[in-house]
Write a protein that binds this ligand. Structure first.
Ligand code: ZN
Length: 342
């Protein structure tokens, strides 16, 4: 070994030493890690299902008290949720089965208090048939497209079959669900309303009700259909930008293509939405403060002059104004209906 070789050898050896851990660490087998991973999945899934339940609970009064604004989008709501193992990705199916008894047949995972299903269905009931028609496996939603206001469900409860008849409540028919996504966001697509897990964690119940009213307003005002043609590219941008800017970014970005309409649509959804929230029986006294909370968490959203996204400052002030307007109508015993432009 000449001098250079010796130097290289020492250098290589010392690099190896530097890269290898020198402490005696706990040895974790793959089997142990898998067991713990399953426990963590059950925790995450439990939280996800309880967030679905929370969103339904918040949406329910807003959807039932605003049917006069929903025109053709009215359907019966039965107030329960069911899921199958197959509603989740393959890697989640064991946790869904072991932790929540979800199988191939839809299984009830929540029953809304005061809903049509309350006192009739229980968590864990397995749905076998609707109006005598067997429910298919593989994640079929048994209630979807069923417009009957009364349905008879055949269920399996602890191994015993029984029939349960539910009379649905009239409500705005806008299916709402939580999406597994840590971005603080919520959006409407003209029919559905989606809240991210990030939003569910960020907002308290009253704030969620305010955001829900805003999204429902987009749907009932027909904002989405009217610019459908330009929405695709915007949605793609929204997915990237969503991280920094907060609420409704997918919606906002879709508006880029729609040009001048964007700011006024957002403003209109804030305005009409607060009426929908108030009519749902929620307190709107602190509704505007949601935008201060959003500004604090996402400072980039404060000043967005010239962009398509209305600033949190403007939204705060406009909402504060709307709160006063609604409170005045309440005090005067007037109907809570948004004012039409003159
Ligand atoms: Zn919006």
């Amino acid at each position: 070994m000449n001098h250079i070789q010796k130097t290289l050898f020492i250098l290589t050896f010392s690099l190896l030493v530097a890269c290898a851990p020198t402490m005696h660490m706990p040895q974790i087998s793959d089997e142990m890690a898998q067991g713990e991973a399953l426990k963590q999945q059950k925790l995450a899934l439990g939280k996800f299902l309880s967030q679905q339940e929370r969103l339904q609970r918040i949406a329910h009064p807003i959807l039932t008290k605003n049917i006069q604004f929903c025109e053709n989008d009215i359907g019966p709501v039965f107030g329960f949720g069911a899921a199958t193992q197959n509603d989740f990705g393959r890697e989640w199916q064991q946790a869904a089965a072991e932790g929540f008894g979800l199988a191939e047949q839809p299984t009830v995972f929540y029953v809304g208090a005061g809903s049509a299903a309350s006192g009739k269905l229980q968590k864990g009931d397995v749905l076998l048939a609707v109006d005598g028609k067997a429910i298919g496996k593989q994640g079929t939603n048994p209630i979807k497209n069923n417009k009957n206001s009364e349905i008879t469900l055949t269920i399996d409860r602890h191994g015993k079959q029984k029939d349960v008849t539910l009379r649905g409540q009239k409500a705005c028919d806008h299916p709402s669900f939580v999406e597994l996504n840590e971005t603080v966001n919520a959006y409407a697509d003209g029919n559905r309303i989606v809240f991210t897990t990030g939003m569910m964690n960020f907002a308290n119940d009253t704030e969620l009700a305010t955001v829900y009213g805003h999204e429902l307003a987009h749907n009932v005002m027909g904002h989405i259909d009217s610019k459908m043609g330009n929405a695709a590219l915007g949605a793609l941008l929204g997915a990237v930008i969503a991280v920094g800017t907060g609420v409704d970014v997918t919606q906002e970005m879709s508006n880029i293509g729609a040009g001048a309409y964007s700011q006024s649509f957002e403003g209109e959804a804030d305005y009409v939405g607060l009426y929908l929230t108030a009519r749902g029986g929620y307190s709107i006294a602190n509704a505007s403060h949601f935008w201060r909370k959003m500004a604090e968490a996402h400072p980039a959203s404060i000043h967005l002059e010239g962009g398509s996204h209305p600033s949190t400052a403007k939204r705060f002030l406009a909402l504060e104004h709307t709160v006063k307007e609604i409170n005045k109508k309440k005090a005067a015993g007037q109907p809570l209906v948004p004012n039409k432009a003159q």
